[in-house]
Design a binder for this molecule. Sequence first.
Ligand code: NAD
Ligand code: UFG
Length: 337
Amino acid sequence: MKILVTGGTGYIGSHTVVELLSKGHECVIVDNLYNSSEKVLDRIKEITGIRPLFYRTDIRDKEALREIFKENGFEAVIHFAGLKAVGESVVKPLEYYENNISGSLNLYELMKEYKVNKLVFSSSATVYGDSFKSPLKEEYGRGRTTNPYGTTKAMNEMIIEDYGKADKDLSAVILRYFNPVGAHKSGLIGERPNGIPNNLMPYISDVVVGKLDHLNVFGNDYDTKDGTGVRDYIHVVDLAKAHVAAIEYADGHKGVEIINVGTGTGYSVLDIIKAYEKACGREIPYVITDRRPGDIATCFADPKKAEELLGFKTEMDIEDMCRDAYNFICKNPNGIE
Ligand code: NAD
Ligand code: UFG
């Protein structure tokens, strides 16, 4: 299939492009490089032998995006482009709604105009909010979101559902990711956020390479096995493969499906520290601090629907995730420059 990948130079997008190319799909990337580098294209070429066609374009620029649709004749869209920092979204809500909603609406309108009926959208387990007990099942619906970023994901889900109700040709798969971590085994692509990382795994990586002094563990008084927060970490290459399965599923079906992408297993912060220590062969200094506002105790997926509908099952475990995160940060301590 000829697939438009928005946000395709980003963390999850680049890994997905690699998996799509390896399955013989053609990818065209649109990204404004707000949170990624054009160098990712060289890295994709190093891994796959193919340098995908790239447009440095903002999806909010509808005319520019229309030209890209006109020139290309896409069969499908995988939509990653968006802003994703939870804390920042609280401070800059309008920027988040503008980017993640207006940009997405442009894209969906052009899909309709150019009769591109297959869509995979990046949603998040954050749409369950704090309303339900893990394992989280798709049928629970959406809970109360706790920040504007999460609300943009819930709103996109609703927009796609309504679009699908009105347009019976639409075939959309909304993937609710749990916690993507790790990197491609080559160490050529991966994630190294700008500034001080917010998320656990990139933060630990920075501690391990000596950029940060120690990890703050946000609370050890949760109702979990060791008191620290429990999450469903998924290797980014497994997640990328879920997109290949989803777009191929969309090729043969109509309607809108919402599907969790997680392993179904929860690990605590202390579990992750231990696994990372094993991967890097040294001790990771940490201190227990207060809870981070907005965090929940436990969040993990029921992954059955992905297996039933997409035939998708994760293959990599926590050791693979830590090994590959460590390999990437050692090779790219300052990110992909
Ligand atoms: P990322 O920031 O690495 O990738 C997003 C890409 O989109 C970046 O390359 C950025 O430059 C681009 N972009 C942003 N706004 C754009 C715009 N207006 N026009 C064109 N390009 C634009 O993030 P990621 O971790 O790869 O996440 C991809 C998607 O998955 C996002 O929608 C994110 O919200 C979602 N998601 C991520 C996680 C996670 O933990 N990483 C969890 C759940 C959902
Ligand atoms: N944590 C620490 N110290 C840190 C960072 C995190 O102890 O420096 C803990 C958190 O308290 C939590 C766990 O590590 O218990 C995971 O935290 P992350 O920030 O890595 O991930 P979250 O589960 O909080 O958030 C992630 C994504 C969000 C998404 C959410 C639900 O970052 O975008 O999963 O899918 F909305």
